[in-house]
Design a binder for this molecule. Sequence first.
Ligand code: GLP
Length: 242
Amino acid sequence: MPNIIKAQNEEQFNDIGAGIVASLLQSNPKALLGLATGSSPVGVYGRLVELYKEGSVSFAQAQSYNLDEYVGLPSDHPESYRRFMNEKLFNLVDILPENTHVPMGSSPDPEKAAAEYTELLQQAGRLDLQILGVGLNGHIGFNEPASELHGFTHVVTLDESTRQANARFFSSIDEVPTQAITMGIASILHAKQILLLVRGAEKAEVISRALNGPVTTHCPASLLQTHPNVIVLVDQEAGRLL
Ligand code: GLP
């Protein structure tokens, strides 16, 4: 079963999350990092930037692979995940730009971009650590609840509930893309270790269902129960039912 850590406050949440990434990089400077966007990892990335500035961690030899990206947003769009990663982490630490990978959601041929990302991940080998968040509907990456899930990187049509949940970042719901490219479940579960970051009262029900409910494709995060090395880092609000 996953190892659940309940942080007392935001500072502790960020310290613990960043500490896990930093100790991996200290023991394995060439680590392959699977990274996520969303609000939950922001403070963890912020703490990692501080650790880098203090000289306690370096990304100089690390490689990163992001989980997902919207289809159809230019990579410099304020809400593109490429831009999010550049602004929250990549531009602020010593990772080499060519060692950062985000699915090419702006490609004119997203299916091809997804297939290329699958190939890239296969060439890279097993990720040492995959950071994840969970959607209100139980999605991980953008793997939405369904009767079947894809194993590898693919183009997905976003659930209406996901578009609504993410509409707060756009000027209106019409601006929210309808599709995304996401790493598949097999690739996610192939990582050696998974760090699931969950914050906020509205996530309490879904994280309890994912960890204590049945393992089902209708709650993609529940598949994490089958992985031997998962750390679930929650704040007090999200961890209320655990
Ligand atoms: C988006 C991302 C997911 C992320 C989820 C949760 O939908 N595609 O990868 O895990 O948001 O985000 P938050 O951390 O804001 O709760």
